[in-house]
Design a protein around this ligand. Structure first.
Ligand code: DGY
Length: 321
């Protein structure tokens, strides 16, 4: 019985290996071998449709909502011409070496590219596509949602209503800060304003800058200690720009009124993290771009970038290296 099962497993394995070999080697209508690409996740349908209908590549995919294990990624990239990835995959020398000299384009379905070793890509002459602009509105909407959730204490209020804290109507209960007439300081947009000036004049500070070695931990005590004690801090960019220890202290000590975070370091933030214990901190699981239309637009742009790169054409959106 054991041997029979083993033989069946072996047969299944051989058939599936043969099948994937066929997929990889399949020629196009003209009998030419198509370049192989690897897609590191199940992606929104608009992106997959563009890749499939192009007839320009043979697609292999990690067809799951969960990230591809690193060992699988390293194995699958060997000999590919194009890599379609997400912000969850660290694309560094190890991955690029595993891919080998055939790799000519990497396309990330994200506006941020701090998960990429730009130096390593540049060294190897590999082009990089990304997806700015198409998610701007969705991120802006979520930023406003976080502004309101924190300033009007929405999550706290929902908890009170559910858990019996809602007594009679009280003039001083659950008061927050309104948005009307307030000043929003955006860190990482427009002209360069000294940090302490931005901190002193803003009722809300919204972080909007990319994570680079220069911006790592830029939002720390020196910013929070200069903010008004009624001010609110919002981050929808990358968790790494914030010193979370300092943020925690600023909230606990009442240096600032509240914080709204869509991004943290690490992600996911462990559920026992001290920031989760604070009523003044609203934390979302990195959903700023999560509308169906936006994720489809990101997937489609990443797909077209990849195809353009494979053909040596100009990409819709390319990171200059
Ligand atoms: C990006 O694209 O970098 C965003 O963080 C995804 O929402």
């Amino acid at each position: 019985m054991g041997t029979l099962c083993h033989l069946r497993r072996l047969k299944t394995r051989l058939v599936s290996d043969f099948h994937s070999w066929c997929t990889l080697q399949a020629p196009n209508a003209g009998g030419k071998l198509l370049p192989r690409i690897y897609v590191t996740r199940r992606i929104p349908p608009d992106g997959m449709k563009i890749l499939r209908q192009s007839g320009l590549c043979n697609i292999e995919q990690w067809d799951s909502d969960e990230p591809v294990p690193r060992s699988e990624l390293l194995e699958k990239v060997a000999g590919i011409r194009g890599l379609y990835c997400l912000l969850t995959e660290k694309i560094d020398a190890e991955v690029l070496d595993a891919a080998g000299p055939s790799l000519q384009v990497v396309s990330t379905m994200s506006v941020g590219y701090d998960h990429m070793s730009l130096e390593e890509l540049k060294k190897r002459g590999i082009r990089l596509g990304y997806t700015p602009d198409v998610l701007t509105e969705a991120v802006a909407e979520l930023t406003v949602a976080l502004l309101l959730a924190t300033s009007r204490r929405l999550l706290e209020a929902v908890d009170e209503a559910k858990n019996g804290g809602w007594g009679t109507w009280k003039p001083l209960w659950m008061c927050g800060y309104g948005l009307t007439g307030s000043t929003v300081g955006i860190l990482g947009l427009g002209r360069i304003v000294p940090l302490d000036e931005l901190a002193r004049h803003s009722d809300f500070i919204v972080v909007c800058c990319a994570l680079t070695p220069e911006t790592k931990g830029i939002c720390g005590n020196s910013l929070f200690s200069r903010m008004k004690d009624t001010a609110i801090f919002i981050n929808t960019s990358r968790g790494g720009v914030v010193n979370q220890e300092d943020l925690y202290q600023a909230l606990v000590n009442g240096q600032i009124a509240a914080a709204g975070l869509d991004v943290t370091e690490p992600e996911p933030l462990p559920t026992d993290h001290p920031l989760f214990k604070l009523k003044t901190c609203v934390i979302l699981p990195h959903i700023a771009s999560a509308t169906v239309a936006t994720r489809n637009a990101m997937a489609a742009l990443a797909a077209s970038n990849l195809l353009a790169g494979l053909q040596g054409k100009a990409m819709g959106k390319e990171v200059p290296l």
